[in-house]
Design a binder for this molecule. Structure first.
Ligand code: CP
Length: 312
């Protein structure tokens, strides 16, 4: 595999899940594969899980990870072509990506959307620029429209915890005080569409995700109806897609409660705001598998890095 920037880069999700499970059982089995190879992790935004689990994955493969907080520590980067750079940006992505490629065998990038400019976000300006100007493979650690390491993790987690061949999985919007991206919800939707599950989405009116991503997936505007007979309830807030980047509803009636979920397993990519998105009684119960889910971030990242290393 050359790059991993989207769930669409997974050729067969069932096979990938089996491979990730195998890595999880024996995480050091391929610890010579990455010897003398360097993974550069470039963060334009904050992270806990992605930053640590991707480094852990690299270390398990014998790689040397190096990390940079680009926004805080690097020169201000210019992404537009032909700009007269007499403003705040000091270095063009053309040089920056090419230079980082001299030090790293794989580059992983986190760059969130603007949530003000839909066209720019959908063009994946930052991720695409790294693909265009770096000479090494690129891994998406959450971009403007996707979080495919998280999506693969979530598929792995559902496969581990399902107790029936074709479980019902619900992606539910929940309230939040901030304007949040669509990336996690998009990649989770794409992952579930490729798995043998009954997958539905629940969100208030005005919060339907990009129809190009939801496709034929059933969308409920009634959470209670969507939750009926659910085996997994995956919760995430996102801002409006139609009224791009706006918070049009913070209705606390959409918060996830113990009463609502019944026997279903509760999933969330984390970080999560307690008693805003989901009540304590859910997160502190055995229904919650958010910690096991976060643990799987390492094996999803390890599988992606392994596949890229094998093709270097
Ligand atoms: N779920 C996730 O990507 O977590 P971080 O933002 O902490 O990396």
């Amino acid at each position: 595999m050359k790059h991993y920037t989207s769930i669409n880069d997974i050729d067969n999700i069932d096979i990938w899940i089996k491979e990730a499970q195998s890595l999880k059982r024996n995480p050091l089995n391929y610890n010579h594969l990455g010897q003398n190879k360097t993974l550069g992790l470039l963060f334009f935004n904050s992270s806990l899980r992605t930053r640590l689990s991707t480094q852990k994955a690299a270390l398990n493969l014998g790689m040397n990870p190096i990390v940079m907080n680009v926004s805080g520590d690097a020169w201000g980067l210019e992404f537009e072509d032909g700009t007269v750079m007499n403003g705040s940006t000091a270095e063009h992505i053309k040089e920056a990506a090419a230079v980082v490629s001299q030090y790293c065998d794989i580059i992983a990038v986190r760059a969130f959307p603007t949530l003000t400019d839909k066209a720019k976000d959908e063009s994946e300006q930052v991720l695409q620029a790294f693909k265009n100007y770096a000479s090494v493979p690129i891994v998406n650690m959450e971009s403007a429209t996707g979080h495919p390491l998280q999506g693969l993790t979530d598929a792995l987690t559902i496969s581990e915890f399902k107790i029936k061949p074709r479980p019902k999985v619900v992606l539910s919007w929940a309230p939040h005080i901030k304007v949040l991206p669509h990336a996690v919800a998009n990649s989770f939707t794409q992952a579930m569409q490729n798995m043998d599950v009954e997958f539905v989405i629940a969100n208030p009116e005005g919060y339907d995700l990009n129809p190009k991503i939801t496709g034929n997936t059933k969308i409920y505007h009634n959470q209670e109806e969507a939750f009926k007979d659910a085996d997994f309830i995956y919760t995430k807030n996102w801002s409006s897609y139609n009224d791009y980047g706006k918070v049009i509803n913070t209705d606390s009636k959409w918060m996830i409660t113990k009463n609502k979920i019944g026997d279903a397993k509760f999933m969330h990519c984390l970080p999560v705001r307690r008693n805003v998105v989901v009540e304590d009684a859910v997160l502190d119960s055995d229904n919650s598998i958010v910690i096991q889910q976060a643990n799987n971030r390492t094996y999803a990242a390890q599988l992606v890095l392994k596949k890229i290393l094998e093709d270097l």
